[in-house]
Design a protein around this ligand. Sequence first.
Ligand SMILES: [Zn+2]
Ligand SMILES: [Zn+2]
Length: 160
Amino acid sequence: MGSIMVTNRATSMGTDGVDLHRAVAGRLADHEQQYTANRRAVVDALAVAAAPITLPDLLAADDSLAQSSAYRSLSVLIDVGVVRRLVHLGDHALFELDEHLTEHHHHLICESCGIVLDVTLPDGVEAAMDLTFDDVASVLGFSPLHHSVDIYGTCATCTT
Ligand SMILES: [Zn+2]
Ligand SMILES: [Zn+2]
């Protein structure tokens, strides 16, 4: 089994983002929504971020984004399944592109500063986890579809 990898979405998706934007446009069209310049800017900012980011992070990443319009774009993108809203600690909302647009991953969450890092696990570990989850769920007649596992602890900065 390999080691845990820290992912960088900008590289995992290619540099031009053509496939990403095509997928997002398709998802919006399915919901009779347009891929406006503002929604595209929000998707771009999330795509280059190496980890889930807050609304203020998003606004800082692209100074053409205004808070109200960015927030409206986020809500639409969440509604159509392009963006996921994560709440890990308190009311600290973080946003990331949905896994169908990036890749399956887990989060390392610092309980001290709240930073969230993405990690991917080796395929063998994912398969073993799914088998275990199938086993425990089947006892209750539950059919698992997917999992979300977050790891809480202290980040490198807060440890030193
Ligand atoms: Zn920390
Ligand atoms: Zn997993």
